[in-house]
Design a protein. Structure first.
Length: 232
């Protein structure tokens, strides 16, 4: 995996060097994200429930060959939420906040006011926060899944504490850390550009690196996304 990461960073540097003299176009985008963590069949947890959320960010598209070949890169914030089964009268959910740097090559066909294109490439991901939150209005318990902290507010029910202990045994190691912060997603998709300013896209990303902190468990993040963007 370290070799793969080195190759990908090399591709990033090569692309950025190649697009310096080209024409750039900036924009913004937002969209829906559906994400899962798929695990090997030998893992204690075979597959988490799906997460749903949104992404929003800034884009810079640089044309190498006008309308035909371009590179898109930028900065994206992603929010994901997973509703969990209530525990001992506590509502439960799992939320994640991420900062992404996509670097996608676009190959398109201009058709008058419409440009149809395919895209693909890596997305470099840094996890900002990943938390499991239990609350009943009077007390709450938050498990911070990157650093392993358990933060309670008020008197937490014993049944909930027992449940969380079981969760820690399943999802995390001895330090209560469940996930790693950094990942690289390799994605591909299709897009349509209208009037040179409006973009509609749909794509899928595959996680390259194991995100689990638990020995013997491999968990990879995969996600589907659809988005709408405006260029200036």
């Amino acid at each position: 995996m370290k070799k793969q990461a080195s190759v990908l960073w090399g591709v990033v540097a090569l692309c950025l060097t190649a697009i310096v003299p080209a024409r750039a176009q900036v924009g913004i985008h937002a969209g829906y994200v559906h994400s899962t963590y798929a695990a090997e069949e030998t893992s204690p947890v075979l597959k988490d429930k799906a997460y749903d959320g949104f992404e929003a960010g800034l884009d810079n598209r640089t044309d190498i060959i006008g309308g035909i070949l371009a590179v898109r890169y930028g900065l994206t914030y992603t929010y994901l939420e997973q509703e969990l089964t209530p525990v001992a009268n506590y509502d439960a959910k799992r939320v994640g906040h991420y900062l992404d740097i996509p670097l996608h090559l676009q190959v398109g066909i201009p058709l008058g006011i419409i440009r149809v294109y395919a895209f693909g490439g890596p997305k470099f991901v840094m996890g900002l926060s990943s938390r499991t939150i239990y609350t009943n209005g009077e007390s709450s318990l938050v498990w911070r899944m990157y650093n392993g902290d358990l933060v309670s507010n008020g008197d937490v029910d014993n049944a909930l504490e027992n449940h969380v202990d079981n969760e820690l045994a399943t999802y995390a190691g001895s330090d209560n850390k469940a996930y790693k912060r950094f990942d690289i997603l390799m994605g591909a998709g299709l897009g349509v550009e209208l009037f040179g300013i409006l973009n509609v896209t749909a794509g899928y990303d595959w996680g390259l690196f194991n995100q689990s902190k638990l020995d013997g468990v491999k968990r990879h993040r995969n996600q589907f996304n659809v988005g709408l963007g405006i260029s200036f």
